[in-house]
Design a protein around this ligand. Structure first.
Ligand SMILES: [Mn+2]
Length: 449
């Protein structure tokens, strides 16, 4: 038998605004509030009402902090009123950010149900399923709350009625102030799916093909440019014993990376005379932005989207690299925008990765400074090395020379945290610095400034 759907929502952080929004949005009458978590919140309430859901369930950090409780109160109370009046239940566990605010709101707002108050596991019955959850009792919890989970306290399992787990936690962290929990400890419990809050990158939907889906719901709305991809909530439709999970994009803003490869563009149009007709780099970038926006619109996956904010990376190599670089440097990326069917695409970050065309192996055979650098770049291509650290220091010194001021800042490889991810991005970035240095040095050697 078909049941009314349920909505599950990860971190909302009502009271916060989204950072890294470029200036260009103001040209389209979009301000920070149009793209804030509160705007996403309104979209969520409309979607839940339109679906005639049984309940909407929050996995913590709904409110950003105790200070933000004041700003959050209005949107929260009006949402709870509208939803409960429509016969839709509103349930939540508290996270580390709303450990004070959420229990207080639950006391003040009729119909707002806090699950697992004071760090005591609790099960709530719904028509379609039951939800077992635990709320943060204080802002810092260094132990695994699942150690306190006692299956004997749960209602006896009823056939074909799934039991869903709801928890705000730091999954698979060994040491953490925010409830470190191992996947194994969760999977050992008599629970059919674990819906988690805390980490903003969604991972739950990707796990739904497994026997026990387990992962983060992801944030309702991105809070800065590091939060790439579609943000929204997870909708659950239950038909008999079949659970159908779906991510629904609800945020009015989406951050994405966009790589523009100038080499690919040139080789894909071989009949054209490159020098005479190749589109200038500005046209190429705006065209790529419009194409991406049009593709999202055509997919129909983001009806609420108003702004697509892009981290653009332009790459390629050729003899005219200096001209392309100069054109890219002259660009006012933060002011650029394109419109497609009432939506705006703009740029929050522009990375230039263009260099001269050269044969690294041939260059590396020499004995001069160019050859030495070519050998370091080649070593870097095969992995992070001591040479990378030297290259970082060298490029920092070089930036003191006005001719090289536009080189990317290197920082030092040592100060970065030691995770594989950050080391890889450090390597990629240093590789770019190395190629740019080589490009300039070769040009200087040829005397073609
Ligand atoms: Mn959190």
């Amino acid at each position: 038998m078909r049941k009314r759907p349920l909505w599950f929502v990860g971190d909302v952080h009502l009271g916060r605004t989204t950072a890294s929004l470029p200036r260009a949005l103001a040209d389209h009458d979009l301000d920070v509030m149009d793209l804030s978590p509160i705007a996403a919140w309104k979209n969520l309430v409309e979607a839940v009402l339109a679906s005639d859901a049984e309940a909407v369930v929050f996995a913590g950090d709904v409110v950003d902090s105790d200070n933000a409780r004041f700003e959050a109160y209005g949107p929260l109370s009006s949402a709870v009123q509208r939803l409960t009046k429509a016969g839709i239940r509103v349930l939540a566990v508290a996270g580390n950010h709303d450990v004070e605010a959420l229990p207080r709101l639950a006391r003040e707002l009729d119909g707002f149900e806090l699950i697992g108050a004071d760090g005591v596991w609790e099960e709530r019955e719904l028509d379609a399923c039951s939800i077992v959850g635990w709320s943060f009792p204080r802002a810092r919890v260094r132990s695994n709350p699942v150690d306190e989970f006692d299956p004997s306290l749960l209602a006896p399992a009823r056939e074909s009625k799934p039991r869903l787990g709801l928890l705000h936690c730091d999954l698979d962290a060994t040491v953490s102030d925010h409830a470190p929990v191992s996947s194994a400890s969760l999977l050992a419990q008599p629970v059919d799916a674990w819906l988690l809050g805390h980490v903003h990158a969604p991972s739950f939907i990707a796990s739904t093909s497994r026997r026990v889906p387990l992962g983060y719901l992801g944030s309702l709305s991105p809070l800065h440019r590091g939060e790439i991809g579609a943000r929204g909530a997870v909708r659950l439709d239950l038909d008999g014993s079949r659970l159908a999970w779906r991510h629904v994009e609800l945020a009015p803003v989406r951050f994405e990376s966009l790589v523009i490869d100038l080499d690919l563009l040139c080789t894909s149009e071989p009949t054209r005379d490159r020098d005479a007709h190749a589109p200038d780099v500005t046209t190429t970038i705006t065209r790529a932005m419009r194409d991406r926006l049009a593709a999202i619109t055509a997919s129909g996956e983001a009806p609420e989207l108003r702004a697509l904010v892009l981290r653009v990376s332009v790459q390629g190599h050729g003899d005219e690299f200096a001209d392309v670089r100069a054109a890219l440097e002259a660009l006012d990326a933060e002011g650029a925008s394109v419109v497609h069917e009432n939506r705006v695409a703009c740029i929050c970050e522009l990375t230039r990765n263009v260099r001269a065309a050269y044969d690294l192996d041939a260059l590396a055979r020499g004995t001069d400074a160019v050859a030495m650098l070519a050998r370091e770049v080649r070593a870097l291509e095969s992995g992070m090395t001591e040479a990378a650290v030297e290259l970082a220091e060298y490029s920092d010194r070089l930036r003191l020379d006005s001719r090289f001021r536009s080189l990317p800042r290197s920082g030092t490889a040592r100060s970065a945290s030691s995770t594989i991810d950050s080391e890889e991005s450090e390597r990629v970035r240093l590789l770019r610095v190395g190629h740019e240095l080589l490009s300039y040095m070769i040009r200087e050697r040829r005397g073609t400034t």
